[in-house]
Design a protein. Structure first.
Length: 277
């Protein structure tokens, strides 16, 4: 009798749906995902019991969004709105019914930022300034803005404007991109085309190339001709000693200047003196 009861219970089990899956997890996969194309990966453990499921129903926010066949126990939900929290459960199903929900799992879809908007450019001297409006973050903080011109000049900033050096008289437009931990956004709109200005180093027309005459000392400021020594200030030819200034040959004592032999007392001069004494 008990054997028949057991067989009957087993037979009834065959008409009952499978048990609920367990261990459901939800994982955001944001790397390089385009804005509003988020992805969340689900994984679960197949249920145990007499009845093996033939499929699994993926539930998001209480609504079925997909079905996968057993023994697959993973699912990737794509096309999700950036920076949005999603909640999931999974149900096992077979020909006889559907199980209760698995445990719930949640995750927030993150992506790259949206494209910056309202980008515009202003010409400057040897550089142009580009500005734009902040985009949506995609669920992860923006870490950098990358700006590039159609001639490949570039700039980076964390603000909402940047000055980019360029050659004078160069015409170009720019695009702006936003970066976060997931990657780089799509390009902004093209800015207006601008032509880089040349430096205004030269004096304007009203300012002569050189300072006006009044800026420099007037003619009277410089010493007039009389200020400089006139020709007579320099010694005239007669100012230098004429040839006679130097002793002429006769200026030096002639040979007679030295006492001639007769200048010394003659022998008779001494003898007279002695006799008179």
């Amino acid at each position: 009798m008990s054997k028949n009861i057991g067989n009957k219970a087993a037979a009834q089990d065959n008409f009952i749906g499978p048990n609920a899956p367990t261990g459901l997890t939800a994982t955001n996969v944001g790397a390089n995902r385009a804005f509003n194309d988020g992805r969340i990966d689900l994984a679960w453990v197949a249920p145990t019991g007499a009845n093996t499921p033939t499929s699994y129903k993926i539930m998001r926010g209480g609504a079925e969004i997909a079905t996968v066949s057993h023994p697959t126990v993973t699912y990737s939900n794509t096309g999700l709105t950036s920076a949005t929290l999603y909640s999931y459960t999974v149900r096992a199903a077979d020909a006889y019914g559907t199980s209760a929900d698995s445990n719930a799992a949640t995750a927030t879809a993150t992506t790259v930022p949206s494209a910056p908007t309202s980008a515009s450019a202003t010409a400057g001297v040897n550089a142009n300034t580009v500005q734009w409006a902040a985009p949506a973050t995609g669920g992860t903080a923006i870490t950098n803005y990358y700006v590039v011109g159609n001639d490949a000049t570039t700039g980076n900033t964390t603000g909402l404007s940047v000055s980019i050096a360029d050659s004078a008289n160069t015409s170009q437009y720019y695009n702006v991109y936003a970066d976060n931990a997931n990657g780089r956004s799509a390009a902004s709109n093209n800015t207006n085309t601008v032509t880089t200005l040349a430096p205004t180093f030269f004096a304007p027309p009203f300012f002569p190339p050189f300072f006006p005459p009044s800026f420099f000392a007037p003619p009277g400021f410089f010493a007039p001709p009389s200020f400089f020594a006139p020709p007579v200030f320099f010694a005239p030819p007669g100012f230098f000693a004429p040839p006679v200034f130097f002793a002429p040959p006769g200026f030096f004592a002639p040979p007679v200047f030295f006492a001639p032999p007769s200048f010394f007392a003659p022998p008779t001069f001494g003898s007279r003196f002695i006799r008179s004494y």
